[in-house]
Structures are given as structure tokens and as C-alpha cells.
Design a protein around this ligand. Structure first.
Ligand SMILES: C[S@@+](CC[C@H](N)C(=O)[O-])C[C@H]1O[C@@H](n2cnc3c(N)ncnc32)[C@H](O)[C@@H]1O
Length: 252
């Protein structure tokens, strides 16, 4: 699989400060309940800097994490006691093989939208299958395509501004446009931050895959996994026309 979606170091550096504010209120309770409600082993695919992982480990979960981005894993490791470093692995979810079976595998916060090609998606789902316990569950979320954003795009909108250290600010400016035929979102994130009494600036362009409901159903059917349900929010309500997320639950 392509490694072009490794998060650059400046994105990893500001990840926690940004997503604690813009994301954690949305999905933390859901994923933490799933992790802490599992008595066996848990794997978080796309574990990132450990938004759930650190708290889950502290609360006693037998959790492991894998992530393709060394920059993200490096930050996660700084928060971990060295004796737990064996729990996090830098690798691609589609190809990394672990000699462990899990009761719960998660890919939280749109990790799967980074897997652009259908064949890679199937390979990834089948690799999850190989790592699931007989009664295990796999849960991933991807966003529901937003028709207004697809039509209009986003042009240089500041979606975060705050201090990353006392007296030092970071700002993120986002642009996006949609390639409907290829179901791809082209996103550019510009980071501007205070560094050594100057302003530093760096830009990252990435693509994310847009998924539609029936495509997700067919995708899981084409893999070795079995679809349990696709929910429309983090309270596990059924999908409806206002749903903003697909929460896909699969079993072996
Ligand atoms: C939006 S972040 C989510 C991080 C974390 N799960 C959270 O909720 O904060 C997506 C993560 O998925 C990772 N990722 C993307 N493609 C991956 C792949 N093929 N295998 C493993 N990790 C991947 C990225 O490196 C990134 O850390």
C-alpha cells in the first residue's frame, strides 16, 4: 500500500491540541466504552498519538495499537512507559501481521478514509479478519459525504486557532474540493505557528476517500468479514438522512 498518507511531523506535533478541541467531544465516550467493555485484547488501527489508547491503558485495557505514521507513533511513545512500548507498532493495517487474536479491533476517526483503493480496502478488511477472535468485533467509522461541502468545497477556512504552549499560537487553515467521480476529497491543511519569535508555516495535502452507504455494505460483503450493522451516530442510532457518520460494525 502507498505510504503517502504518513502524517508529517508538523501535523503530528499539533494533532493533540487540535483534535482534543474539535473531535474528542464527539467520539470519545463511544470508543472508550467499547474498549473498556471488552474483557479480552483490543487492537486500535490508526492509533495515532493515543487519543483513546493512553486513557484505555491507564484504565486497565489490554490494548495494542498500530499506525502507518512513525511521526504519530513517536509522539504516542513519549506518553507511554517504556515497558508498554511493545504494545504499539509502526505499520500498515493492510499488511502487518501480529501473532495475536483480538476480541475488539477498532479503526476510529476516519482511519479507513485514508485507504483510497478498493483492493487495499478489501486487503485491509481481510487482514482484520485474520486478527479477530471467533466472537470478535471490528468497528470503523467514516464520514457521510456532505452534499454542500462536495458542491462548494472549502476555501482557506481557519478551523483551529489556539496556544500549543503558553504564549505560542498555532493556526490551521483548511481547503478542500471533491472529485466526485473518483470519490476523493482533496484536502490542504496549512499550519501557521509561533516558533523562535517568528512565524513558521507548512502545508500538507492529502486525499481522503468518500464512501457511500451501499458501497460500504458491498465492500464488507466482498471481504471475509460479515456486516453486523451500520449505525448513523455514536449513540448507535440507525442511519437516517441527517447522519454525519457511518459507524460500521463487523464480525467474523
Ligand atoms: C485521523 S487519525 C486518527 C488517530 C486516532 N485513532 C484518533 O482517533 O485520534 C488517522 C490515523 O490513521 C493512520 N493511518 C492511515 N492509514 C493507515 C494504515 N493503512 N494503516 C495504519 N494506520 C493508518 C494515520 O497515520 C493516522 O495516525
Amino acid at each position: 500500500m502507498s505510504h503517502s498518507f504518513e502524517y508529517p511531523d508538523f501535523v503530528a506535533r499539533f494533532y493533540d491540541i487540535i483534535y482534543k478541541k474539535v473531535r474528542s467531544g464527539v467520539d470519545t465516550e463511544y470508543f472508550m466504552n467499547k474498549i473498556l467493555g471488552t474483557s479480552g485484547k483490543v487492537l486500535e488501527i490508526g492509533v495515532g498519538t493515543g487519543r483513546f489508547f493512553i486513557n484505555a491503558l491507564e484504565k486497565g485495557a489490554d490494548i495494542y495499537g498500530i499506525d502507518i505514521s512513525k511521526s504519530m507513533i513517536d509522539i504516542l511513545k513519549t506518553k507511554l512507559n517504556p515497558e508498554n512500548h511493545y504494545r504499539v507498532i509502526t505499520g500498515d493495517a493492510a499488511s502487518t501481521k501480529l501473532d495475536i487474536k483480538f476480541d475488539l479491533i477498532l479503526a476510529p476517526f476516519h482511519v479507513f478514509a485514508h485507504v483510497l483503493e478498493t483492493t487495499e480496502q478489501i486487503t485491509c478488511l481481510n487482514n482484520v479478519y485474520e486478527h479477530l477472535d471467533e466472537k470478535g468485533r471490528f468497528i470503523f467509522d467514516v464520514f457521510v459525504p456532505n452534499p454542500k461541502l462536495m458542491a462548494e468545497g472549502i476555501n482557506e477556512v481557519t478551523d483551529f486557532e489556539g496556544e500549543y504552549e503558553p504564549g505560542r499560537k498555532v493556526r490551521r487553515i483548511v481547503s478542500s474540493k471533491t472529485d466526485i467521480v473518483n470519490q476523493l476529497l482533496d484536502v490542504t491543511m496549512k499550519f501557521v505557528w509561533d516558533e523562535n519569535n517568528k512565524q513558521a508555516e507548512k502545508e500538507w495535502s492529502l486525499q481522503m476517500r468518500l464512501f457511500f452507504r451501499y458501497e460500504l455494505e458491498y465492500l464488507v460483503k466482498r471481504s471475509k468479514l460479515t456486516l453486523v450493522n451500520i449505525f448513523g451516530d455514536y449513540q448507535e442510532n440507525l442511519l437516517n438522512s441527517d447522519s454525519k457518520e457511518f459507524i460500521v460494525v463487523c464480525k467474523k
